[in-house]
Design a protein around this ligand. Sequence first.
Ligand SMILES: NC(=O)c1ccc[n+]([C@@H]2O[C@H](COP(=O)([O-])OP(=O)(O)OC[C@H]3O[C@@H](n4cnc5c(N)ncnc54)[C@H](OP(=O)(O)O)[C@@H]3O)[C@@H](O)[C@H]2O)c1
Length: 337
Amino acid sequence: MLGAMVMQPTQIRLVDYPTGTPTDETWTLTHLPTRDLQDGEIEIDVQFVSIDPGMKGWISPWRSYIDPIQPGDVMRAFGIGPVTKSASPRYEVGDVVSGFTGVQTTAVVDSRGVRPIDLGLGPAELHMSVLGMTGFTGYFGMLDLGWPEPGQTVLVSAASGAVGSVAAQVAKRQGARVVGIAGGPAKCAYLTDTLGLDAAIDYKAGPVAELLEAVVPSGIDIYFDNVGGETLDAALMQINRKARIIVCGGISQYGDMTTATGPANYLQLISKSATMTGFTMLDYMHRIPEALTDLSAWVEDGSLRHRQHILEGIESFPEGLRMLFRGENHGKLLIRL
Ligand SMILES: NC(=O)c1ccc[n+]([C@@H]2O[C@H](COP(=O)([O-])OP(=O)(O)OC[C@H]3O[C@@H](n4cnc5c(N)ncnc54)[C@H](OP(=O)(O)O)[C@@H]3O)[C@@H](O)[C@H]2O)c1
């Protein structure tokens, strides 16, 4: 009897939209069997799920770039795993796929909503990080909107994280001088010693505006923004003429989406003829093969560094999500199910 209980699929469901930081009471753990497959659906044995800052938006009652989930729903998440049942001509049992599986051990999804994974390019956890959505986000955000060149100075915030570490290394490959911002000496040492960035700023060590001025004497040509807030304002004060600010994320503002604060120094955009552009990876889904070709080659030859922070077990989800907002993840945060 106990064995049968353990084998039941397990799900993390939203109880209600949290105000502020999600607590343990925001979630409930259920053990429910999966339903029968309809035409076009597949069942996936989910091996890893991704924990992402954007999840904060998915559990707010307002639409962001995607609809929020509803109370009672399984929490939305990217996942990866082998197909265990198929009612779709697209996939056979044993194929490995990735997409929105939700935070659950077994997922039944529309086969059109997932993409096939080539484990020949790397293990499953890499397809959830540097060879997955966060890697693609750093790649397209930097190359398609930033156009870094030799002689230019590029600033990246949350630079030791999943998206930022790829964006920063891509700019470095293009010959730019790259400065990364991260919280704490260990993450800053990772930026310079492991990722090979030219300088690092520990934004927790003092006012970021003062720290920044000292390391970008020639100003900033590209700012890849993952955090918003005070850091975005500090960067605006250092931009050069024709600078590009790429608004990828604003994690410092995700605490309460209703009170997100815009940059006070935005008038710098006028005097510097600069641009500030928001983007979402969802605009680039059709170009994933391009990114995958480059990123997998750079991972293979060792020139693109990456790290995953892997939590064990579905029960680690509530605390894992809070870790992201405390900066306690070192690399792409994942759960192994
Ligand atoms: N536009 C898109 O399509 C897209 C796609 C994926 C992700 N994103 C965005 O990209 C950003 C990075 O996501 P990720 O998945 O790569 O996460 P991550 O960087 O791996 O982890 C989040 C990091 O953000 C930093 N952070 C947390 N709270 C902060 C605060 N108040 N101020 C400054 N930094 C803070 C922490 O690093 P420190 O220890 O350095 O503070 C934390 O480790 C997020 O804003 C996310 O929403 C956008």
